[in-house]
Design a protein around this ligand. Structure first.
Ligand SMILES: NC(=O)c1ccc[n+]([C@@H]2O[C@H](COP(=O)([O-])OP(=O)(O)OC[C@H]3O[C@@H](n4cnc5c(N)ncnc54)[C@H](OP(=O)(O)O)[C@@H]3O)[C@@H](O)[C@H]2O)c1
Length: 344
């Protein structure tokens, strides 16, 4: 079928708690025309990531929000449909940041050519892309696991967490994953080789975590916050390192909502008495290390040492529901939307 219009998902309203389908509008517009020096991109895959919840909010953050009525922001893998740019030709596959739409025009400055022979092109949005790099950079620069140490990561079956645990093992550490549900925990143990996996929805979650970490926790890679943090915190060893990568359990909280607990006094006491290093980061801070990551991670993947799982949903129109599900743990692996078939 030849597409004659550009399907777009726009931000309709700013959610106050969990986003709802009505916060998005499905819109159809003319396919944009490239000018001299530009390319027309046909989007194949759209990445859905937790940071998009922040872009829906006007609260002050490290990046500007999406305006109401604008196309939702997002990383994409696309094919060049028409080129008026000297460096790109029709049929090239590229990594772009084109957002939640089926076509886009780009001037080439933010495009990276992908070689489908090296790895499946969708991996440029996951294990070999921003989430994989986030895991690698957070561990490399902040977590710095040593052999025999215990590394704990939450949202462990997801895009970032799955890579954190596997790299911890590759560096000789013990990897303990926290995930939602039996199936995700089995995947961590059987497919990814984690040393232990604990279900954070289980009634005895904190006790099970303590049993899985008999020597305490040396590195806690924080993706979640909330109840998971409460269970991890008492187990931290002296000189533990805590890369604070994300706090997904708090992204749908309303302003001032502490989840019923004020953790600050207890946290600060332990930061002092246990000499903890708690350090937040946004992956782009380490952008100069991307080539090093790509080289190391591609090699691990080629040798079967780094595995990944993708959760691919067909159809751009299903992006809002899939995104809402991401914030509730309904995805299993790196969440992607297949906007168009690769070989169509
Ligand atoms: N700092 C950076 O530069 C950077 C870059 C990328 C990502 N991040 C952060 O890294 C974290 C993971 O992102 P990702 O892309 O890899 O997502 P993901 O893990 O693939 O998907 C999100 C997962 O979070 C878990 N989750 C959601 N709500 C939860 C809750 N209330 N309590 C506990 N777990 C919950 C769910 O897993 P379970 O079913 O296992 O609970 C869900 O599947 C996020 O916090 C994200 O914001 C940060």
């Amino acid at each position: 079928m030849v597409m004659t219009e550009n399907m777009r998902i726009l931000l309709a309203s700013r959610p106050t708690a969990a986003p709802k389908p009505a916060d998005f509008t499905l819109d159809r517009a003319a396919i944009p025309e490239p000018s001299e020096g530009q390319v027309l991109l046909k989007i194949l895959y759209l990445s859905l990531d937790p940071y998009m919840r922040g872009r829906m909010s006007a609260a002050k953050s490290y990046a500007a929000p999406v305006e109401i009525g604008a196309v939702m922001e997002g990383g994409t893998v696309a094919r060049v449909e028409r080129s008026l740019h000297a460096s790109f030709k029709e049929g090239d596959t590229v990594l772009s940041h084109s957002g939640w739409q089926s076509y886009a025009v780009a001037n080439g400055s933010d495009l990276r050519k992908l070689d489908p022979a090296v790895a499946p092109i969708s991996t440029a949005l996951g294990v070999l892309g921003m989430p994989g790099f986030t895991a690698w950079a957070g561990l490399q620069n902040i977590g710095r696991p040593k052999a025999e140490e215990t590394v704990v990561v939450a949202a462990a079956s997801g895009a970032v967490g799955s890579v954190v645990g596997q790299i911890a093992r590759l560096r000789g550490a013990r990897a303990v994953g926290i995930a939602g549900g039996r199936e995700k925990c089995a995947f961590l143990l059987e497919d990814l080789g984690f040393d232990a996996a604990i279900d954070h929805r289980g009634p005895d979650f904190a006790d099970q975590l303590a049993r899985a970490c008999p020597k305490g926790i040396d590195v806690y890679f924080e993706n979640v916050g909330g109840r998971v943090w409460d269970a991890v915190f008492p187990l931290l060893n002296t000189f533990a390192r805590i890369p604070v990568c994300g706090l997904i359990a708090q992204y749908n909280a309303t302003p001032g909502d502490t989840g019923g607990a004020d953790r600050l006094d207890g946290t600060m006491r332990s930061v002092l008495t246990k000499s903890l290093s708690i350090r937040g980061f946004i992956q782009r801070e380490f952008a100069s290390q991307r080539d090093q990551f790509y080289e190391e991670a591609s090699d691990w993947i080629a040798k079967g040492k780094l595995r990944y799982r993708e959760d691919i949903v067909d159809g751009l129109e299903n992006a809002p529901t899939a995104f809402i599900g991401l914030l509730e743990g309904r995805n299993f692996g790196k969440l992607l939307i297949r906007v168009a078939k690769e070989h169509a």
